[in-house]
Design a protein around this ligand. Sequence first.
Ligand code: ARG
Length: 845
Amino acid sequence: MKDSDSAMKYNNRPQSMNGFDEEVEFLPATNSKKVEKRGPKKKFVLLGVVIGAALLSLTVGLLVWHFAYRNARVQRVYTGFLRIANTEFRDAYENSTTAEFNELSERVTNTLKNVYLADKDIAPYIQQCSVHAFSEGIDNSVMGYYWSEFSVPAYREVAMDKAISELKLPSVNPRQRSSAVVSLVAYPADPQIARNFRDKSCAFFLHSQTGSVTKFSSPGFPDSAYPPNVRCQWTLRADAGHMIHLNFKTFRMEKCKVNGGDYVTLYDSLSPLEPRILNRLCGSYPPSYNLTFFSSENVMLVTLVTDYVGKFPGFHAEFKQLPKITLCGGNIKDSNGNITSPYFPAHYPPNRDCIWQIEVPNNKHVKLRFNLFYVADPGAPANQCTKDYVEVKAKKYCGEQKSFVVSSDSNKISVRFVSDQSYTDTGFTAEYLSFEPQNPCPNQFSCMTGRCISLDKKCDGWNDCDDFSDELACTCTDQQFRCASSNHCKPKYFVCDGVNDCGDNSDELQCKCPENMFKCGNGKCIPNAKKCDQTDDCGDGYDEAKCDKVAVTACTQYTYKCKNNQCISKKNPECDGEQDCSDGSDEDTSKCSCGKRPYTKKSRIVGGINADIGEFPWQVSLHTKNDKHTCGASLVSSKFLISAAHCFQDDRSIRYSDPALWTAYLGLHDQAQIKGSNVMERKIKNIRAHTGFNDNTYDNDIAVLELESPVSFTDFIQPICIPDTSYDFPVGKSLWVTGWGALTEGGTGAQILQKAEIRVINQTECNKLLDDQLSLRMLCAGFISGGIDACQGDSGGPLSSVESNSKIYLAGIVSWGEGCARRNKPGVYTRVTAMRDWIKEKTGL
Ligand code: ARG
């Protein structure tokens, strides 16, 4: 509306009959004649010829421009919707083959055409327009969905978009009783859209049946992959006064690509309008992901676009209708409880505005803790909550947030949640709690963020409050040192671990080699220029092993050895997608088809630290006779497992070394479902524990198990990669430990597979904490502050490392620890790189 005067200006421009505007001038030809008549004076002849030639070429140029460029036409397609007032919706309008549909469609199309014809900027270019669907509108009206196609001279494309967006409908007398188009919305669309609507070969029209669900799936599902280069669409409808609840039961498509690729788009409209996109989906979602969406009215459009590459199963979806309820939020008078965005964990519906007024007893204050927070709208500019957001205490929150706390200044707090027309997310969950304003955290430390943390987390070197308020004004203990600029106390083992823990690098400065020097594996400093110069300047070969460039070099413990026994200087060359060995053995497919996760998306709503289904498909549960989970293991090929030797040591009553005692469960997620359809069960043919395993020291804690018969790989069963001897898992790298072991020290095992993210710890520092009990075949990982660790029952299980080639490697095997998750007692793992040759010897892998 604000553009009404610019529209005026635009319309007032003089127009030529053929639709070209006034800038066209064909004057040069007449002018050239005048030049010729100037007379016979010789000195002018030459000038005349020159001018004539110049004018001729100008004319030719103009003609070329006129025919080649001005006439170059482009297809412009717009999709949109319009409202037809004073018209009652009839069921027949849902079906484009009925007489009623055609009658209304024709009438509306004519109105639309007349609107176009009345606009001088649009009229000359009309090609076609078509109303392809109707749905119920508000106040006795019908919504019509249409597309229009124009053939526009290339140079007028932008002007055309403007004219369409500013299009005015002839004014209708508000008292008029007969039907009339009263509003019009249009957006430019891909010309493909018009073609899609004409081509009905992959178009489906579904109306929800009361009390039952309607199912649909991508072409070929589940028997074959969906075809390449398809454009399909599903028109979903519900009865008037209802909304659509759509749920994808399976979603397995090509990995998301920035441009192109295969994707499904959901629209909160029957026209594929960009601003009405509910979501765009690609990749594959684990079955536990709640992929549920709502429409705001009783229609939804689902489209599928695929490119020419890749074979993927596709999707299977169900939808049903629910009475349309727009009420949300409310007044709450309770001293504690929970609130969530509408329909959490489903994607919240578009167009909502919910307000919760929370009131606690008079003398108390309220604390709100957002636990899960996913309110992202890709259309919103970064860090500006202009689209979907949550507002508390005049501050807007949006995007994905880690858990956070907001405290009130009185006994009331109000929370507002707003979702706009486009892009919905899974929303939020929040807990509210009343507290004494004088004592917000009884027996706990109160962070400036309002969070309460246990007292022993104060001054432990970890940012437990999220704003470092627990690490201010601390006196460092003798196991800590003080960071230079922040004054925070940090555990001493952070010093020289290669990670900038202080933020100002002060924990790494004293141990670094001087500037322009490189630090060798043995601690020696050499000039940077001597690194990767093909001579061993360190004395241990370290400077020639981790290079960016590949060169054949002397073999050391740090270099990678090819099958032909040549050693190369590149860091982690195995399966990185580039052939580095002259014989190609570093990219051998038998070696590189491992460590893959079938699901590209992570489930967000699975609580706590439960692993997702299919997230660690190499995780194996080893049960003993009485059907009890006893140890973990990792699948490394179709018939071999790697586990810990200490799991197979006989004790006085049980012969753990006997293969017949054990059963392996692969593809398992929930210990209560060992008979589940994704689970494979195998007896063990033989167990080879490392002969160097030492019962006292736990040195060489590794065993290889052979399955009685091989397993086939599925979405839930995949082998993990075994790293080469020279593979580097640097200090500070984050790794995942998984298992069904005890949830607390001395506690009981988990039913659902658990995962925890831990970090590689400096060997020397860890050895100090663990009283010199580490051997070179052990690796320390965890947290000095405690709290996160493996525990009894996790033994033998994997320590998985996600590498830059996006494959996952077995960095360690759960081996031992002093208690579980204790402060200053990180977990100890068998260092798999140190066992590489032994594994090869026992398995041939
Ligand atoms: N030995 C234990 C087992 O048999 C595993 C201990 C791991 N402990 C630890 N704190 N990381 O399950």
